[in-house]
Ligand binder design. Structure first.
Ligand SMILES: [Zn+2]
Length: 392
């Protein structure tokens, strides 16, 4: 749907008002607020989603947004802020407040700006998008724009681990844009994830008489012999936006000493899930593959202990068209919907979602994370144009 001439003029004025310096400074400030996900452990000293939640609440509050910082679990936070619009459909700009860890990362929180990029942990994944949301709010305030419907900014915790922030949000919107680092590609689907423990049990004995025991590590090796065939089986499947699912052998642990036949071996496996697949279904399939490997080892495969649901925008949903037109008007040549290869919290918003944001997964989670400022400017423009057009 093409925007009307009046709307187009307002959007063009808003786009021209995006302040690159302010946007860059906002991201540097966000990076300086450490919010490393504790992954089930203790929060680091002076760390936490609260710092970022308060920052968003403060910046948007000063612009007249109605905001709230919510403790969804002890020490863990979401931030929600709303700009009241004209009663039309509600658009949410969502992003996670947490980052992955910083072990081995020199100066992760400096937020340095060099050569048109901003550097630091969380730069692209995904404090850049949070900075873009704040910049969009600055522009809307400066232009005193009334949007067709409410615009919500939601900063959620725990995306990198169990997505508890998005699960606890309890707030629905008619459309959600999540600014994960898609390199400004519009993504209508994300893969999910399931992780399983394969436990192989043997019988310990003196290594000089191995025939009296049963070697759990060799048992695991025999079972994993079927893995290559499993991967090839998965490669024959495909999703139009996401391609085939994948599987990984991530961790193997077993044995005590070289002179003892090991009695146990544990293997951590993971499987990327396509929309329509479930962790339970993928487990059943894996059990079948392992059972087909033969061998005499005793083994069991547990239920998934780490599940991230896959997500796909319903075909033809108007949110997809709104973001595509906004991207085109912002100068992007390629607005064809694709799939986001990583997992995300998209499935837990209970609302239609498009993923679109600055930066690349190639830098996310790396020890040299950065985002191009130019992409942030374009993303801000796309968010603004989407907010002006959605539900109007
Ligand atoms: Zn992310």
């Amino acid at each position: 749907m093409e925007p009307s001439d009046g709307l187009r003029a307002v959007a063009d004025r808003c786009a021209a008002r995006i302040d690159r310096e302010r946007l860059t400074a906002t991201l540097s400030e966000l990076i300086s607020l450490p919010s490393v996900n504790p992954f089930g452990g203790e929060l680091g000293d002076g760390q936490g989603e609260l710092l970022v939640a308060r920052y968003l609440d403060d910046r948007l509050g000063r612009l007249g947004w109605d905001g709230d910082v919510v403790e969804y679990a002890p020490g863990r936070y979401n931030a929600v802020a709303r700009l009241a619009g004209g009663g039309g459909q509600v658009l949410m700009l969502a992003g996670h407040l947490d980052t992955v860890e910083t072990t081995g990362y020199p100066e992760p929180f400096a937020g340095a700006v060099r050569g048109g990029r901003v550097y630091g942990r969380g730069a692209c994944d995904m404090k850049a998008a949070l900075a873009c949301y704040v910049e969009a709010a600055e522009v809307l305030a400066a232009e005193a724009v009334e949007l067709p419907g409410d615009l919500v900014v939601a900063g959620v915790g725990d995306e990198e681990y169990r997505q508890e922030g998005a699960k606890a949000l309890g707030l629905r919107a008619d459309g959600v844009i999540i600014g994960e680092p898609t390199e400004l590609v519009i993504c209508h689907a994300t893969k999910g994830l399931a992780a399983y423990d394969l436990t192989v049990t043997g019988e310990a004995t003196h290594s000089s008489v191995p025939q009296h025991g049963s070697n759990a590590i060799l048992g695991a090796a025999a079972l994993l012999g079927s893995f290559g065939e499993y991967v090839r089986l998965l490669e024959r499947r495909g999703h139009p936006l996401l391609g085939p699912p994948t599987a990984n052998v991530g961790v193997i642990e077993g044995g005590v000493k070289p002179n003892i036949v090991p009695s146990s071996c544990t293997v951590q496996l993971s499987r990327r899930l396509l929309p329509g697949e479930t962790a339970a279904g993928a487990r059943e399939e894996l059990v079948g593959v392992l059972a087909g490997a033969g061998g005499s080892a005793r083994w069991s495969l547990g239920d998934s202990w780490w599940t991230v649901e896959p997500y796909e925008l319903p075909a033809g949903h108007p949110l997809g068209g709104v973001v595509a037109v906004a991207a085109e008007l912002s100068g992007l040549a390629d607005t064809v919907p694709r799939g986001f290869p990583g997992s995300s919290d998209a499935a837990y918003f209970g609302s239609p979602v498009v993923l679109f944001g600055p930066g690349s997964l190639a830098q996310a989670h790396s020890l040299d994370e950065w985002v191009p400022v130019e992409e942030m400017v374009t993303a801000t423009e796309v968010y603004l144009r989407s907010a002006l057009a959605f539900g109007g």
